[in-house]
Design a protein around this ligand. Structure first.
Ligand SMILES: [Fe+2]
Ligand SMILES: [Fe+2]
Length: 226
């Protein structure tokens, strides 16, 4: 299980339910200080958590159900649900609605790469639905459906790793270079509300506790102990 000591503060969490309006005027503040902004740490931590889940997902599909198909399919369902619930529904919309527009206000030349990343965001939710369907096929129809899922997982993991690599190498450096302190404060509030439990930075929401305990206890490293 991932365990890191950085990321959103408790103050972020307490304020997190209130998202800032998308149409804020451009910042007029001076550039951010040399310290890494909290929002940047949260984004990187969420990427690290997702990378770990994706690697464990791929490893599980390669290993197969062994003598515990019920547990195996249950964990895979939980992992796909997590990807849909957090990275797809919380992380990506905050990038699309807050981070990317702020970067484009200051660095319009980043439009091609941000357009590509936006397209990825649009496809991501559809792709995870397809994986859920293929997984159900393997579980309910049988082993003849294993290969299509394994191939789709391989494509999905490659796609997602490249997506995060582009964000980390092309967008986040521009954000760090050009965004001002008031923009980073806004982004800290926005991303601090994510509360991704797989980062190991936040208390788990009770309603999700069973889900994440199952993943951590049964999935293989790097995300779990299985
Ligand atoms: Fe993204
Ligand atoms: Fe991202």
């Amino acid at each position: 299980m991932l365990s890191r000591g950085c990321g959103a503060s408790r103050r972020d969490r307490a304020d997190g339910s209130k998202l800032v309006a998308m149409t804020l005027p451009p910042s007029t503040t001076t550039p951010v200080s040399a310290a890494t902004p909290a929002a940047l740490r949260i984004i990187r931590d969420e990427h690290a958590a997702l990378r770990a889940v994706l690697h464990s997902l791929q490893l599980m599909v390669e290993r197969g159900p062994g003598d515990d198909p019920e547990g195996f399919f249950g964990v895979l369902r939980s992992m796909l649900f997590y990807i849909d619930e957090y990275p797809e529904r919380r992380h990506h919309p905050r990038e699309s609605n807050f981070l990317f527009p702020r970067v484009l206000q200051r660095a319009a030349w980043a439009m091609p790469v941000i357009s590509r990343l936006e397209q990825d965001h649009v496809h991501g939710e559809r792709d995870v639905r397809e994986l859920q369907h293929l997984l159900a096929g393997w579980e309910l129809v049988g082993g003849s459906r294993r290969l299509p899922l394994a191939q789709a997982v391989h494509r999905y993991v490659s796609f997602y790793l490249e997506h995060m690599r582009l964000e980390e190498t092309q967008v986040l450096p521009l954000a760090q270079q050009y965004l001002g302190e008031d923009e980073w404060a806004e982004l800290a509030e926005v991303f601090g509300a994510n509360q991704d439990p797989m980062t190991g930075l936040h208390p788990r929401e009770p309603v999700y506790d069973r889900l994440f305990t199952q993943i951590v206890m049964r999935a293989p490293a790097p995300i779990g102990l299985g």
